[in-house]
Design a protein around this ligand. Sequence first.
Ligand code: GSH
Length: 239
Amino acid sequence: MELHAALVERWLRDYLCAFGFELHPLQVGWYNTVLQPSFHLAYPDSTLAFVVLSTPSMFDKAFKPFVSKQLLLKRIRDPVDQCISHHLSLVKEHFPDEKVHIIYDYEMLPNRKPKFLAQTAAHVSGAAYYYQRKDVKCDPWGEKKIYGVCIHPQYGGWFAIRAILIFPEIQVPFLEQYAPIDCVTTEEKRIQLLEKFNFHWQDWSYRDIIEVKERYSEEQKTYFATPPAERFKLLGLQG
Ligand code: GSH
């Protein structure tokens, strides 16, 4: 990686890791090349981008402190999304001379398609392996629609893909691409994973398909298992 890009990456890593985020660099071309044109990101192939993930510790390191500050201001509608955009906006401010485009995982195009396919971006950046129906040779699902899911080598399914940061003015033609770690290797486990994710996702079990280094705390699980409109009570706010 050229020096400027390396310095950008170092700063991002130092800043975001302290808040429980993880980031993985990629060239926009790696992403575009595996997708149909309607999903392409309109940048030259060698443009530098980063996939941003939240790890289990984001909840304590970023989310709770963010909420307790915002509580005083009482301007909070989407606490999780606002916490993430708060930190990523600070990233933008840190690079005033640099163009930084941010696309969040929940952003939609007018045709209701997502602005970027987060799991594909995570896979091509090497962050987490995207297991799909095509990764299973003999599948038992017939006509059913089966969604794929990313598994992280350290956190299993206990993480979330939050955004892609694009630096349109930084080109990294020599960036090395690492394949994601294939941690769910057997046919049997892959079937189990897709089965659990598609039909039992609410019991959290797909997230433990591999042994993990860290998972969500009971507090964090309760928070995410509660419908968003009722979470304000958990945070000590009126709904
Ligand atoms: N928009 C609401 C907020 O900003 O508070 C809800 C956000 C939300 O709950 N997002 C889910 C999440 O973060 C979907 S990405 N889940 C964590 C996980 O599934 O690991």
